[in-house]
Design a protein around this ligand. Structure first.
Ligand SMILES: Cc1cc2nc3c(=O)[nH]c(=O)nc-3n(C[C@H](O)[C@H](O)[C@H](O)COP(=O)(O)OP(=O)(O)OC[C@H]3O[C@@H](n4cnc5c(N)ncnc54)[C@H](O)[C@@H]3O)c2cc1C
Ligand code: FES
Length: 1271
């Protein structure tokens, strides 16, 4: 939080900002409050921190300080905020773990109107079970008088010190901050190339990510003329340095002050400001910066230009005013801003009588995402008529800057506002706004359609307004068109969580209770330590990697000469520096630390620079020159891999029944194919490692963010050629992993270890987000081809399928992922005759790896897709086909493992009931009848999620428990804390077993020194297996203590421990769990690869906007069977978090590559994970009651992954909505929707009239649906 003091107004302003974009020089005179300053365990934990932790709003905790600061800043300005303000404050924060619900629960406790609505109350009434995951009674009140004050010395400085020009000289740059306009104009004349830096949100990313460099920057933010706000007779004049937040506030106030007729421009600008960036961006980004940057994606320029806003420009000795529209390449005039000129202020006019102004935008995510296309439109009519007097239409996102449809506007002047005008306008606009082509053409078609459909939307809006003005003359628009005039808005979600409370349990026993994450408070106070928080070690070096820019090429030469000359550069590390293993053979093809001789993907590590700072290392890495000779073939896609027969062995097949014969007897056959895109883990903590050589016996401490310390130890030891007993791996916690921190973390740790070995220095490697996304791979892109045979009554008799996954350039665990996709392909259905092949395609993309769900989210989506295909074919609903084919009694899977599906059916039925599926389906039908451009869809999907790792040794686990003579207990085990709350649960287990309070038990770290050879924390198995080991250790200790307890049953724990020590009883024990007896015989195609099954069902409802493809998640109800939950707060958090990650996979997250295999989507700018605006408005999770599981600790079930697949209920609800659109429009042709089902795909599949116009370049007569009969 930044706080500044304005002496003239005697006002303190508090605002949140992104630290990574904020130049330190801009903070002169400001106070900065970080999460550590808000509160700490050593002083006082602030109510925001406390409530976030106690409401279970942190899992891995990496995003938590950011959340705290956003909420805290809002509360400093508004101690009792509305829920709208709260939602807006969090729009710019991302969390990859929680699914946001618990964070919002914490927020709600501060809001003015608490969240209680009839929906929640109804659920309470229906189900008398526990719904409390936290108790508000425990919360400290928020007392604004207790907050930190603004530092008086800064206040005095602002009041007393005359303002003077500031100069800051850095290593390479000079920052000049003048205080008067004249001085600024002089500076600008002297340094015309120097940017004016206000918010740095445009220049900053260019310097950081695109290598732009400015030796001098001028910061004009302190100049009064650039901060002025003036109300004139004809509008508002706003200083160019005003922040977008300030502009938003000013316009909001003006809306209240002036009559509606005068504020149409203000309202349209506000509409864009609400979703422009997040609050942190709007707080620092300036109005002038947005305008002058002239970015194609500016949301303000199109609307400001269309509204005839004027720019007040100044240069030395000259002032002038020009229309804003003039600054674009095709502007009406040629008045563009010269390099010596600066923008002083912007005049935003009042609207006039008979003038209509609107702004539109469509973005990959509704909030905090740059637009695909946007528009600003204004029309004014001859008084008392609908004859166009003036029309302005401006678009953004189309070409490299804002563009005006001026020909169209000119032609339409004098025309009536009617259907003929509309037809012609669409044709003209379509023709005039020429878009440059793109690689696959899809986005161009989409943009073209948006350009036309925005005008159509404007037409509808104005037509409706005309009716309001004069109902006798203007008919308005048909009722069923009206809903499209309302944009989707983000509301504070309503949620409910239901679980069974164990009433008969001893109050001290924590098992089954919603205990707060053991590190929750530390996450919220910023005290939780991640790798990059570790204090620097003496002489420590920073490492930056140099990666390949070719997908398949011979390395001809590596020229490091320039890089070695860079400041602070210590050394450059290549494959030649690896003392022992550079290539790890876990199968036929190797995993590689440094590329040697050739590269096999873009993003492969070729060498690394070590330097005295992160910046120096990165600057030098950019100077390493690598010459390549391209090798053939370059295989990027699954199709190309099939063509070149490029696969990792073995290919797998499962078959049961007689598939060929079954196909001969069925009534119907469908064939199809679905493509499922990959997914980036996007853990908040990027891959991180700190390697510290200890200076003797080749010992090294490796602090690493991994799910698998043992493999890090093994790989580092092997790469250095030392025994594993010299490498000590330590993991305190991991800031999210989701499967992405296994082998890849091992390779990166080896890179750092080789560098540390060569330099004998500690080496820190923290991947930037861009490098992390480029190098480490993610979920496998997938193609499922299927042929399904079924009877007229919906019974599926035969399935023949082929699955292909894009493994990338090395095997990693891809074959295993392919195997799992086969084993789990049946999802919840009994398919009597089934044959499926799975292939791991070897390509020249970065190697893909494990990701939550491990093949199941893809293969089960294929299954659900053919289920809907069958439903479409025979005209039954998908839920009927699901019910007909669902496992019903004790049956066998397609690999002959027995299963009892009773809880599957219970989940399905309960979900049906809790979601009121059939009545809501009727309501959806009704809505759809009454709305033409907006449609709703609803879907319910069942799930069987098998638990198991396929073989016993992978699920063995160990624990180590020490009791100290003061009675305190130190616990450790082989599991890794990555947000899933494993340590909290293990402490719960130990507390129950030893019968002591949780507060007596501490967990310090997971380390290879305390628990050797621990298996990876994967496959939802951490709690299951480590819980058994902890229980074993505790029982061993208790057995030793039992004679002492028996002798003194009234004694205390401390008495017994003291006595035990005096009797020389060992107070330390290991615990062990051998693992589950799992096996799979791939030759026979049968086995018991799983130990038990989780079940679930989810029902989701959505609404789509057919004009743009935008959608809103309205409601989701999940029922999940997870046995007896050890910690319902943690488990529900896992379900919700995974579900929201599933929404990301199936509807939003899109990886894009160039035709040469370069990943384009390398950061939050281009790759959109779900944000607060994406979670369902109503979100309920119920844990199935009375479910037992004899195979796992305390009858629980491992829950980490299963919820992700249920995100596909949103995918199928969207499909349902699209189907309804197509049916209404008579489009009967079968269609396939691929994943992710983005707005563009939704549009392409339902906005066919527009699409036809765009693609076929003609206006169809049915373009605008039923004729609204204009005169
Ligand atoms: C994460 C993120 C999300 C964003 N989302 C959106 C979005 O959804 N929609 C959208 O429209 N924009 C978005 N933006 C862009 C943002 O609105 C602009 O970058 C911002 O408004 C620019 O203002 P600034 O003060 O930060 O500019 P700076 O980076 O400080 O400067 C930008 C440029 O403008 C010039 N300049 C600034 N002031 C003047 C002046 N008075 N006279 C002459 N030249 C001047 C500078 O010389 C410089 O070249 C986003 C940016 C980020 C980082
Ligand atoms: S808790 Fe939010 S990213 Fe992990």
């Amino acid at each position: 939080m930044i706080s500044t003091y304005e002496p003239a107004l005697k006002k303190i302003r508090h605002y949140s900002a992104n630290a990574c974009l904020l130049p330190i020089c801009s903070l002169y005179g400001a106070a900065v409050t970080t999460v550590e300053g808000v509160g700490s365990t050593k002083t006082r934990v602030h109510p925001v921190q406390e409530r976030l932790a106690k409401c279970h709003g942190s899992q891995c905790g990496f995003c938590t300080p950011g959340m705290v600061m956003s909420i805290y800043t809002l509360l400093r300005n508004h101690p009792e905020p509305t829920s709208e303000q709260m939602i807006a404050a969090l729009a710019g924060n991302l969390c990859r773990c929680t699914g946001y619900r618990p964070i919002l629960d914490a927020c709600k406790t501060f809001c003015k109107v608490r969240n209680k609505n009839s929906w929640v109350l109804l659920v309470f009434f229906l189900f008398k079970v526990s719904t409390r995951l936290f108790s508000t009674d425990e919360f400290q009140p928020l007392d604004p008088t207790q907050e930190l004050i603004f530092p008086p010395e800064l206040m005095r400085m602002a009041e007393n010190q005359p303002k003077r020009t500031l100069f800051f000289h850095g290593e390479r740059m000079t920052w000049i901050s003048p205080v008067s306009l004249d001085e600024l104009l002089d500076l600008k004349a002297t340094y015309p190339k120097a940017p004016l830096l206000v918010g740095n949100t445009s220049v900053g990313p260019e310097m950081k990510f695109r290598g732009m460099f400015h030796p001098i920057v001028i910061a004009p933010a302190r100049i009064p003329d650039l901060n002025m706000v003036k109300c004139t007779d004809d509008g508002l004049t706003l200083g160019a340095a005003c922040s977008l937040s300030l502009v938003k506030d000013i316009l909001t106030n003006a809306m209240a002050e002036f009559p509606e007729e005068k504020t149409k421009v203000f309202s349209a600008v506000l509409q864009q400001l609400r979703t422009l960036g997040g609050e942190q961006i709007r707080n620092i980004a300036s109005l002038g910066g947005n305008i002058v940057s002239r970015k194609s994606t500016s949301d303000l320029n199109p609307i400001l230009a269309a509204s005839n806003c004027m720019l007040n420009l100044a240069s030395r000795g000259r002032k002038r005013q020009i229309p804003l529209s003039d600054i674009f390449a095709d502007g009406v005039g040629n008045n563009t801003i010269t390099p010596e000129e600066i923008l002083v202020s912007v005049h935003v006019p009042h609207s006039r009588k008979g003038e209509y102004v609107s702004a539109f935008r469509q973005a990959p995510r509704r909030e905090n995402a740059l637009p695909v296309t946007n528009a600003g439109m204004r029309v004014i009519f001859e008084e008392g008529t609908d004859t166009i007097k003036d029309l302005s239409i401006f678009y953004g996102g189309a070409v490299s800057t804002t563009v005006c449809a001026k020909q169209t506007c000119r032609t339409l002047i004098g025309r009536h506002w009617n259907k003929q005008m509309l037809d012609e306008a669409c044709r003209l606009v379509f023709k005039e706004i020429a878009l440059p082509g793109s690689d696959n053409g899809e986005t161009v078609d989409y943009k073209k359609t948006l350009i036309v459909s925005f005008f159509y939307r404007f037409f509808l809006e104005v037509s409706q307004s005309l009716k309001t003005m004069d109902p006798c003359h203007y008919p308005g628009i048909p009722m069923e068109y009206r809903s499209v005039l309302q944009d989707f808005k983000t509301k504070m979600p309503q949620s409910i969580q239901i679980y069974q409370a164990k009433l008969s349990q001893s109050p001290q026993d924590p098992v089954g209770r919603p205990i707060m994450h053991q590190s929750g408070i530390k996450h919220a106070t910023g005290e939780a330590v991640y790798i990059d928080d570790l204090p620097s070690v003496d002489g420590e070096l920073f490492l930056a990697v140099v990666t390949s820019s070719r997908a398949h090429a011979k390395i001809v030469s590596i020229d490091t000469s320039e890089a070695l000359k860079g400041p602070g550069v210590f050394d450059i590390i290549t494959a030649h520096d690896v003392p022992a293993t550079n290539e790890f053979y876990y199968s036929d093809d190797p995993e590689i630390i440094f590329a040697r001789n050739k590269v096999i993907c873009v993003g492969q590590i070729v060498c690394a620079v070590v330097a005295d700072s992160d910046d120096h290392a990165k600057q030098a890495a950019a100077k390493v020159k690598i010459e390549y000779e391209v090798l053939e073939p370059v295989i990027l896609t699954i199709e190309e891999a099939i063509q070149h027969n490029s696969f990792f062995a073995p290919k797998r097949k499962l078959e049961q029944g007689n598939v060929d014969r079954a196909f001969e007897t069925v009534d119907n056959i469908i064939e199809g194919e679905i493509r499922i895109g990959g997914q980036e883990h996007f853990y908040m903590e990027t891959q991180s490692v700190l390697v510290v050589p200890k200076g003797e016996d080749n010992e090294m401490d490796v602090y690493v963010s991994t799910q698998h310390p043992a493999i890090i130890q093994e790989m580092v030891a092997a790469s250095l050629g030392v025994p594993a007993n010299r490498i000590m791996c330590h993991v305190k916690r991991v800031g999210g992993a989701f499967g992405g921190k296994l082998l890849k973390a091992g390779l990166l740790a080896s890179v750092a270890a080789v560098a540390a070995n060569k330099t004998s220095r500690a080496v820190r490697l923290i991947l930037s987000r861009g490098d992390d996304m480029l190098i480490t791979g993610g979920r496998h892109p997938f193609i499922g081809k299927y042929k399904v045979g079924f009877m007229n009554d919906g019974r599926i008799r035969a399935v023949d399928a082929k699955y292909y996954i894009n493994a990338g350039c090395t095997p990693d665990e891809s074959v295993l992922v392919a195997e799992v996709s086969l084993l789990k392909m049946d999802n919840a259905y009994k398919i009597p005759n089934l044959r499926c092949w799975a292939y791991a395609c070897k390509t020249n993309l970065p190697s893909n790896t494990a990701f939550r769900g491990f093949g199941f989210p893809q293969s089960a989506l294929v299954t659900e897709t053919w289920i809907t295909g069958v439903a479409d074919k025979i005209g039954l609903s998908p839920e009927k086909i699901r019910e007909i084919n669902m496992y019903k009694e004790n049956e066998q899977t397609h690999f002959k493992q027995k299963l009892d599906p009773q809880n599957l059916i219970r989940c399905w039925n309960e979900c049906m009931e809790k979601s009121a599926y059939y009545s809501r389906k009727t309501a959806v039908n009704e809505f759809n009848k009454q709305n033409y451009w907006k449609k709703k869809g609803i879907a319910i999907v069942p799930m069987k999620f098998p638990f198991g790792l396929g073989t016993r040794y992978l699920s063995q686990a160990a624990a180590l428990v020490h009791i100290y003579t003061d009675g305190s207990v130190l616990l450790t085990h082989g599991g890794i804390e990555m947000g899933q709350g494993i340590h909290t649960k293990m402490i719960q287990v130990a507390s129950r077993e030893l019968n002591i309070p949780m507060s007596c038990i501490h967990f310090c770290e997971t380390s290879t020194t305390t628990v050797p050879n621990a298996c990876a924390s994967v496959g939802s198995a951490g709690t299951d297996v480590n819980g058994m080991a902890v229980k074993d250790a505790c029982q061993t200790l208790l057995k030793r203590l039992q004679p002492i307890i028996n002798k003194n049953p009234k004694g205390t724990w401390n008495d017994w421990i003291k006595e035990a020590f005096e009797q020389s009883v060992s107070l330390s024990a290991t615990g062990y769990f051998r693992g589950y007896n799992e096996n799979m015989d791939w030759e026979k195609g049968e086995g018991q690869p799983f130990t038990y099954f989780l079940y679930g069902a989810a029902c989701s409802e959505v609404e789509i906007n057919c004009l743009t493809g935008d959608h809103k998640n309205l409601r989701t109800d999940i029922v999940m069977d997870i046995g007896c939950s050890i910690n319902p707060a943690v488990d529900i958090g896992q379900i919700e978090g995974a579900f929201v990650q599933g929404i990301g996979l199936y509807t939003m997250e899109e990886l894009k590559y160039s035709p040469e295999g370069v990943l384009y989507t390398r950061g939050p700018d281009q790759y959109k994970i779900p944000a607060v605006c994406d979670i369902p408005e109503q979100f309920s999770v119920s844990l199935l009651s009375s479910s037992q599981n004899p195979y796992a600790i305390y009858a629980s079930k491992g829950i980490g992954e299963a919820g992700l697949f249920l995100g596909c209920s949103v995918f199928f609800a969207l499909r349902d909505a699209v189907t309804r659109v197509r049916n209404e429009r008579g489009l009967k042709k079968t269609f396939t929707l691929n994943s992710p089902l983005t707005a563009e795909q939704i549009w392409a599949n339902c906005a066919d009239d527009f699409a036809e116009m765009v693609i076929g370049n003609r206006a169809s007569p049915s373009l605008f649906g039923p004729d609204p009969s204009y005169h």
